[in-house]
Design a protein around this ligand. Sequence first.
Ligand code: NOJ
Length: 603
Amino acid sequence: MSTIPATTSGSSRPQAPEKAWWKEASVYQIYPASFNDSDGDGLGDIPGIIQKVDYLGALGVDVVWLCPVYESPQIDMGYDVSDYRSIHAPYGTVEDVDRLIAALHERRMRLVMDLVVNHTSDQHVWFRESRSSLSNPKRDWYIWKKPRWDAAGNRLPPNNWASVFGGSAWSWDETTGEYYLHLFCKEQPDLNWENPDVVQAVHDIMTFWLDKGVDGFRMDVINFISKSPGLPDAPLKLPGQEFQPGDLHYANGPRLHEFLRGLREVLDRYDAFAIGEMPCVKEEQDVLMAVAADRKELNMIFQFDIVSIDIGSGGKFTSKTWSLAKMKAIVNKWQTCMYDNNGWNALFLENHDQSRSVSRFTPHRPENRTAAAKMLATFLALQSGTVFVYQGQELGMANLPREWPIDEYKDVETLNLYRLAMQQHRGDSEAVEQLMDQVRLKARDHSRSPMQWNAQQHGGFTTGTPWVRANDADYMHCNAEQQLRDPTSVLAYWRQLLRLRKQNVDVFVYGRFELLAAADPSLFCYRRIDPSGYGVATLVLNFTDCEYEWQVPPAEVVEALTAARCVLGNYEPPAELNGDGSMRLKPFEALVILELEDLYEGA
Ligand code: NOJ
């Protein structure tokens, strides 16, 4: 094989990314309530996670991101923290976290905790004090405002912002006669970051956990912490609705970067890592401002273009048809932009707020679900960026059965948005059915269903009664125990994929991305090219559930298949070039062709 030029244009070659452990890492996200219950109370717990650290080590991940385990009334499953320094009792204790850190570190894995500091629980002592009187020293720790009044003398919230979970973002407090802001549930009041004491308190919480050995944080809605001065009304986006999305005034506000640099100073004392969750950010410049290496803010962010691809303008449970062309445009944009500007991507298709990717992004039938799950895994894990695997994704876990009624859905977002939509659609059965279809496709409940460990009752997640129903139509066929025995399973494939990535970091981690066959409506095809020119990987992914006759594959694919072999694929034998240069790909077929220059050739 000949040495591959690092860029097609030659002179404008961007510098190869600087090496860093967190770029080479893959991260496994644990949703503690649904991962593994060690004591039979129906809720997962930290000792249950410790029982599974060897499973994680064998999967080949390097970091565990643990969703919130702090003391909380659990209105939003722990994203409403009432004490940042203690643990929700059913999950365990602070000492259990110490043990988890030790168990992971012993196996050369790291722990990232969730840092939820845009808001607290309304049960946090800070808020209880804040709401107790206008003169309480903690009053200014939250965002309080006087009401507005309409011409008829009705009291109105201070502005028209909608809560992300529906309704107004403001709640009235009778005791002190003011409204407080909550971008999420009314039980999640927003902290006032304009107050330096709040900023200091957040730094102290981080220090507390970093001193314990935690290796970094995933920062919840971190780009919401700085709001536009005066909290002006949001522009009208949803005609006919009383409350409007206010992200223009609370996402990426004027002091965001100052606050992020403050967080980075704390992290740097420990060489710790930070990934920010940043919804509502679309522009490259806005993302780069937070993640470009010289900015000294975050290592990377979760950007939401892919997981918003099927969301209509009316909100999460409205539909939008998406095309592979759109998906390619999104991937190409972020892959090239981060590479060329010294930023870094976080690669994800699933998390606790998204449904299962195999149900959402592939029109699979039961017989090709395994192929579809492997294809999506390949698509994701070999792009440029740090890979995030959400619990159960490594098994190809799917959404809840279609037949399950709304009563099986427990998430506060699902139920709030469902209730509001039902009021709106009263009596319109077709609209209600369309809504349910969207719930079946995108509700957060799908990913929160118990982890499927084996074929026993409740999928082996608990010996008690699970806090939410396990997917009993599925765990018999899709579970970790069975997949650990099966070398052709989705789990075995993920292990190979993560190993392949790790063994070839110059290509898969530090290589640049190049989209191929951009106009093809069925195939996603890309290359990863080692910046020093010694390796290139070519990926071919059939995103459809049909066989696909590829009459004229691009020259790069033909060349790759002629010069090198397929190192990973989801069919045996993998598709090959026909004599006439065409190829026939099976439903959801994925191929990874790796060409490596023999560095010692001729030495
Ligand atoms: C984002 C979290 O991922 C989600 O689960 C939560 O409901 C909101 N932030 C509010 O904290």
